[in-house]
Write a protein that binds this ligand. Structure first.
Ligand code: NAP
Ligand code: FE
Length: 375
């Protein structure tokens, strides 16, 4: 067995009502909190009422920054950081999907560090980073268990990854009830994101025996749960499964990072408005076909864990969860491939893809129907 490390310092509280029961754990982080969230997610999910209750019972005053958009920009994170500074917050409580969680993490850095964009993404900050408490209301990104904040650079028109061990949340409260209000569409897209985290981590050059354990469990839960999802919102039992599997998948990428699949998907999100998880899902079968050429046994294990019969079975499972094909012009494919091949995550893909390999994956992604007939 090769050498490996494992680090995941977040204290996790799991279960319905966990914030009401265990909210006292928050009080050691200070008396002033900035709640960072999106327009609606914290309120419609019921998380905001529980947060206000827990903070109130523990004598913590708070202000709310609720302007985080999907795929948050660096500018939004800067505004949240400024809000934390002007409120003199001791810690950030980020509640919502991955977007508010990631904006909250970056705000924790920016509250005490005035840095230019490139310094921000270097991960080296001279001043302290505020503690972050994460309360997810989607089941997909696993950001509650990762050291990453993914922000959109609106100038460079790309997504950038801020990575620092100081961005692991200090606490997370995982309450599956907060995901009840998710539409069937967002449920599917976020679950596919979790699936790709577990799967890419398992196939990454950085996979470890510990991350594999989390990945296999996550995929074994997600496969059957995803197969049942076709247009209808799941019941509570499946909600629990999605949130738990998403958390496990977060523990995977905290160790391994993602691979070229995420790097390719980002372009579909930024330029074609495809949600993050669905963007990865569109590219998944061609990506696995590429990886299979170098790691056939590992890909077979992935498909076995998911309960899918070959790539065709996976295509059949994903097909109803997609919203239709994304058609890309040749020039777009060339441009996206040129950028994706240079991403650090491409280097963690085995076999390492060439620009032409990536073009090929994009071309095949434009026609899931064709893939299903071919297999
Ligand atoms: P999201 O962008 O946070 O949310 C998508 C939509 O769902 C928003 O409209 C949001 O509303 C709504 N929503 C959230 N929770 C809801 C609930 N319980 N009920 C009803 N609506 C709800 O989606 P996401 O997929 O969770 O996060 C995607 C972001 O995470 C991307 O930027 C991606 O790059 C990043 N990501 C980060 C990591 C990491 O490790 N840090 C890993 C993977 C992906 P609001 O507008 O009110 O928020
Ligand atoms: Fe993701």
């Amino acid at each position: 067995m090769n050498d490996f490390t494992y680090y995941m310092p977040t204290r996790v509280f799991w279960g319905e009502g966990c914030l009401a029961r265990r909210g006292d754990a928050i009080s050691r982080f200070g008396t002033r909190a900035l709640v960072v969230t999106g327009k609606t997610s914290a309120r419609v999910s019921g998380a905001m009422d529980d947060i206000a209750g827990a903070l109130g019972r523990n004598g913590i005053s708070f202000a709310v920054f609720d302007e985080v958009e999907a795929n948050p920009s660096i500018e939004t994170a800067r505004r949240a950081g400024a809000a934390a500074r002007s409120f003199d917050a001791d810690f950030i409580l980020a509640a919502g999907g991955g977007s508010p969680l990631d904006a909250g993490k970056a705000a924790a850095v920016l509250a005490g560090n005035e840095c230019a964009d490139d310094d921000l993404f270097s991960g080296n900050f001279s001043n302290p980073v505020l503690p972050v408490i994460a309360i997810p209301t989607t089941a997909g990104t696993g950001s509650e268990a990762t050291p990453y904040s993914i922000l959109t650079d609106t100038v460079k028109k790309t997504k950038r990854n801020l990575k620092s061990d100081r961005l692991f949340p200090v606490l997370t409260f995982l309450d599956p009830r907060y995901t009840d209000s998710l539409s069937a569409e967002i449920t599917a897209s976020t679950a596919i994101d979790a699936l790709t985290h577990a799967l890419e981590g398992y196939l990454s050059t950085r996979a470890t025996p510990a991350s594999d354990m989390f990945a296999l469990r996550s995929m074994a839960i997600l496969g059957p749960a995803l197969a049942k999802l076709s247009g209808s919102a799941p019941g509570r039992e499946d909600r629990q499964k999605f949130l738990y599997a998403s958390f496990l998948a977060g523990c995977v990428i905290a160790q391994t990072g993602t691979t070229v699949l995420h790097a390719m998907g980002y372009h579909l999100t930024i330029f074609h408005c495809v949600e993050h998880g669905r963007a990865n899902g569109l590219l998944l079968v061609p990506y696995l076909r590429h990886v299979m050429s170098g790691q056939p046994e590992r890909v077979r294990e992935v498909l076995g864990s998911l309960g899918c019969e070959g790539l065709a079975g996976l295509g059949r499972m994903l097909g109803p969860l997609m919203k239709g094909d994304v058609n890309l012009a040749d020039a777009e494919i060339d441009e996206y491939a040129r950028i994706a091949v240079q991403s650090p995550s491409a280097a963690c893909t085995l076999p390492r893809p060439t620009t032409e390999d990536i073009c090929e994956m994009y071309r095949n992604a434009a026609g899931l129907n064709k893939i299903r007939q071919d297999e």
